[in-house]
Design a protein around this ligand. Structure first.
Ligand code: IPM
Ligand code: MG
Length: 356
């Protein structure tokens, strides 16, 4: 088993180091190789996703990814910006199925910005399509407007598009996942306005007929955003497109107390996967040793379960995370009165200790 370690930028290097520590105490046989990605790779090699990084990712069974990006790269041409690294990995490896579980640990109910009764016991799974939609649709670009009211003005455009097979495969992923848990799927669309999402809704409905044991409902994305903060526990599995999934998963993260708690898995049809926290590189707190490593550590657990076929080891990590929270240890993002504030390394060490 081979794991590619891609720490990236900002807090990425700090949190990935803790997850690697955790993986190392498991006594499992895997090879780990670390390479630069994002802004760090741009600095060293002139490109955010160098050939060697992509090659290592392709050859590995799984990729543990930190985060990429820094405001200082905002002025670079788009193909050279750090974000292109993660988008390029998703596209090149065909990582179309993104799992973002939002679980509110009982120990953290008071860290959420929502009332405790709304989030206590929360366990929802957002499944975001990750290689299509307006993120990747062609054509896109800037030009002089060739028509319409603003003929001759500068304009920019992106293309939202989904094909039937893309919707079919992500729908199946969602229904299969729902079968293993609450047996309910909410498909989020904007079929009242967008052709793309009318097709989405039609295809998800068709695939749903293959799963009579799973209840399917449909929700417009604006309503879904509202329901997520009004009655989040009503959801089980949410399946949606790339763009809506990006937005809704950040909202769902706050239900759990902190985006620093939200792991993710991005899988292709061979179960090869990229595992990353759902949060970004947080340049504002980088280098201060205060970032929460738990989302990355929990992503490593997802990696063991989904790509490396080590469910017991995954469970051990999840129990260790639960234990350190019960001990009252908190990074600043999840701190509340009466708990013990710790830094990134201390939190990682505590998880390692709980594992032993
Ligand atoms: C995410 C991030 C990325 C996305 C960025 C960094 C390109 O926000 O994984 O949610 O938009 O997909
Ligand atoms: Mg996002």
């Amino acid at each position: 088993m081979k794991i590619a370690i891609l720490p990236g930028d900002g807090i990425g290097t700090e949190i990935v180091a803790e997850a690697v520590k955790v993986l190392k105490v498991l006594d499992l046989k895997f090879e780990m190789e670390s390479v630069l990605v994002g802004g760090a790779a741009y600095e060293a090699h002139g490109h955010p996703l160098p050939e060697a990084t992509l090659k290592l990712a392709k050859e590995s069974d799984a990729i543990l990814f930190g985060a990429v990006g820094d405001w200082k790269y905002d002025k670079l041409d788009r193909p050279l910006r750090p974000e292109q690294a993660i988008l390029g990995l998703r596209k090149n490896l065909g990582l179309f199925a993104n799992f973002r579980p939002a679980i509110c640990y009982p120990q953290l109910v008071d860290a959420s910005s929502l009332k405790r009764e709304l989030v206590a016991g929360l366990d929802i799974l957002i499944i975001r399509e990750l290689t299509g939609d307006i993120y990747f649709g062609q054509p896109r670009g800037r030009r002089v407007s060739p028509d319409g009211h603003f003929l001759g003005s500068e304009e920019a455009f992106d293309t939202m598009r989904y094909s039937r097979p893309e919707i079919e495969r992500i729908a199946r992923v969602a229904f299969d996942a729902a079968r293993k848990r609450g047996k309910r799927v909410t498909s989020v669309d904007k079929a009242n306005v967008l052709e793309t999402f009318q097709l989405w809704k039609d295809v998800v409905t068709e695939i749903g007929k293959e799963y009579p044991d799973v209840a399917l409902d449909h929700m417009y994305v604006d309503n879904a955003a509202m329901q997520l903060v009004k009655a989040p526990k009503k959801f089980d599995v949410v399946v949606t497109g790339n763009m809506f999934g990006d937005i809704l998963s950040d909202a769902a993260a706050m239900l759990t107390g902190s985006i620093g708690m939200l792991p993710s898995a991005s899988l292709n049809d061979k179960n090869q996967g990229l595992y990353e926290p759902s949060h970004g590189s947080a340049p504002d707190i980088a280098g201060k040793g205060v970032a929460n490593p738990l989302a990355t550590i929990l992503s490593a657990a997802m990696m063991l379960r989904f790509s490396l076929n080590q469910p017991e080891a995954a469970e051990r990590i999840e129990k260790a995370v639960d234990a350190v929270l019960t001990q009252g240890l908190r990074t600043p993002d999840i701190y509340s009165e009466g708990t013990t504030k710790v830094g990134t390394v201390e939190m990682g060490n505590a998880v390692v200790k709980a594992l032993k």
